[in-house]
Design a protein around this ligand. Sequence first.
Ligand code: SF4
Length: 393
Amino acid sequence: MPASTQARLLDGAGVPALERGLDADDAIARIAASGLRGRGGSGFLLADKLRAVRANAVGRDAYVVANAYDADPDSPLARTLLEGNAELVIRGIEIAMSITGATRAFLYLHPEAAGARSAVERVLAGAEDIEIALGPGGFMGGEESALLNVLESKRAMARQRPPYPASQGYLMRPTLVSSAETLAWLPLVLDGAKAETKLVSVTGAVKKPGVYEVDLGTALGAILDRAGGTTGELKAIHVGGPTGGILAVQRRSTKLDYEDLKAVGTHMGSGQVRAIGTDVCMVREAGRLFAYLAKESCAICVPCRVGTKRVQGILEGVSSSLGRDSDLPWLTELGDHMTQFSLCGFGITAPSILRTTMREFPDDYRVHISERRCPTGTCTTLRARRYETMVQP
Ligand code: SF4
């Protein structure tokens, strides 16, 4: 019997049986027709990835990696899914292996996801072709190419692409890397369901923070309402986690959708939707997030390694009443440089925080620089001197 076209992942969705003699080309055509896109933030069409790995796997070993790492510690989507329905994810991995011709698969977990690991172990019970692999901890452990290095016992640093994992992934063999949430949709889509939901982690100033499953296209404000509404007056909504963007409250009708989020300068990212109250200064908030990004950067490429650190320093200077008007174009230039020249999505998208806060909250920056005070009265002095560089204007 076909799965409900209204299928959802977190309400105990049934697990369709593995189709005997699954025809790979037919399955890819059905997945393509469903429009299933990667839920791990990138939004790539899964059918395209499956097709590429299958084509590259002719006469070679191929692998499947289900990324359930949850790089953003405030967005435990994969572990929530696995704790609730590990069987569905495992079935998705089995189907992906069948389609691509992979002989071995990894379910890649954060080392602290003990509950999810137990749930997966119960389902796998003796299976030899799917194994659990643990990441190192830290944000970059979840990046698509860095996790391939981890699986090969190397440091969690991003790889130059191309070549992409679909042709040269694990052990330089064709590898499908896809999020656990995306793979969980595979059996449902092949059973006739439409993949129309997204898991989100609602955090910050809401009454009932937690992981929710919402329809793609739901307004950001409605997502906060789903989490019980806000605990006070709302100033901003942060979408996409540490590398996402912060939008002014006036954008609460923006839809949670790949294109709509991109249009306002952010992205699905880690799937976190965070409510920010009026007591938060956006200069300080951007500085706090850049301090985190500078710490989590794998540091292999200069635009990101140096860029995150410089942006952090300048923002800390501005929030410490040491800013100058020339800091703003300099921040813009640094952000553009990072996006243009960084090696992986981390450095490319990290400036979203900078751009969106400068665009949506110009007064927070202006008051700090022109009036030498914090608009919310919450910033403390972080630096005694400006962060100067040889080329800073
Ligand atoms: S962009 Fe940042 S995280 Fe990505 S490879 Fe470069 S240094 Fe590493």
